[in-house]
Design a protein around this ligand. Sequence first.
Ligand SMILES: *Cc1c(COP(=O)(O)O)cnc(C)c1O
Length: 496
Amino acid sequence: MENRIKHARPHVTRNEALIFERTSPGKSGVELPPLDVPAVAPEQVLGQDLVRSEIEGFPEVSEVDVIRHFTRLSTWNYGIDTGLYPLGSCTMKYNPRINEAVANLAGPATDHPYAPEPLVQGCLKILAETADCLVEITGLDAVSLQPAAGAQGELTGLLIIRACLEDRGGARKYVLVPDSAHGTNPASVTIAGYQVRALKSSDRGCVDPSALAQAMTEEVAGLMLTNPNTLGIFETEIREVCRIVHAKGGLVYMDGANMNALVGVARPGAFGVDVMHLNLHKTFSTPHGGGGPGSGPVAVTEALEPYLPAPVVERSADGTYRLYYDRPKSIGRVRAFYGNFGMAMRALAYILAYGPDGLRQATEDAVLNANYVMTRLEDLYDLPYNQPCMHECVFSDRRQAARGVRTGDIAKRLIDYGFHPYTTSFPLIVPGAMMVEPTESAGKEELDAFIDALRSIAQEIEEDPRFVLKAPHTTRISRLDEATAARKPVLRWKPT
Ligand SMILES: *Cc1c(COP(=O)(O)O)cnc(C)c1O
């Protein structure tokens, strides 16, 4: 295997030349049907200045050229439908196709969001039942499906905390955030008008109750923590942590992006959390990547329910549903319409298809898979927090860095072996972090192949680190200037 990968070189065949460079004057890829309406000159409709007689550099190609161009581009991509996508913290699990079928049902998929309530009873019922399921799963009392992503859920939850504390007579100044937190946490705290106070993690990688007790003053609105945390470790002191925050009149926000480790096994409401968000696009299998769509429902205790975004879906005694706006304590709307309705439908389909036992099984498989990867690689890769993990495990590149090879280089080499890289350099408290989240979607054969690839790369680093430093070797483009690619992306072809 190793040799094959070493010698494979990308070769751009004639077929792969970009379509735009294959233009041939007079060729056409479309055959329009005869007009069945009176012909109107475009100038008459658009005005002379909006009509151009020619598009500069526009390729003239045949239908088969166009089909081949787009089919080829689609094969240059890598997604969860192509192979393992162990991007830690992102829960890149398989999106079951049944969810898509359900979300595309005529009716819910096509109803206008402003349709009168009597005509969209089915949609409102779907929203109400999705919220009910999430109440059950989180152990909290009420859910809003409005937020469009995890980060917006964080902001919504913090604004709820703020509104509640102001009601209780004291706006506070700070929110405690562990140093292992996802970058969105401090950002949300700041946007919600609080100041961040970082909380140093213990040697075990967890919140240290005595450090928390010191930091938790009456100026502090609460604690924002992720459980399991971003090291993939369950906060075993969570009950004590919540008690300390509550004793000082603060509230506990849980970043629920890692719920794939808990669904059906543990409920945050039961261990003392007041408000949390869920990422439907992670834990509940709705598709994500490439910027959207997302859905970040927020779950709260009964005491915080009055502050949830308006409107909420209400079920009347006669079994009908309505959108209820008259909520004087609500923080207001955080998103248009009903949130990302299609994502709620997909999540509900997923939850109902699995049922309680299936959801629990998925969680247990996700945890098992991560522990399997951790155990089979710990002899070759450093484990800074060496203990059983939850749904993801975090190695560091310490041993490989001694040979000059860093986490990003190993990730690039994984591409040659046909895998999407793990998450590099996060969480920040692990220098050279390599964060692997296989999810329950990966079968044992696939995990073994991934493990073999990382084992083989470790050996390559011993034998020839420079070769790994130049990876990937099999892709059309090797290393991008990532900063420039992010800041000045070239997203369309232009005639030269
Ligand atoms: C993904 C993630 C978020 C942010 O969620 P988005 O939906 O991307 O906004 C927050 N915290 C953690 C730990 C995450 O993994």
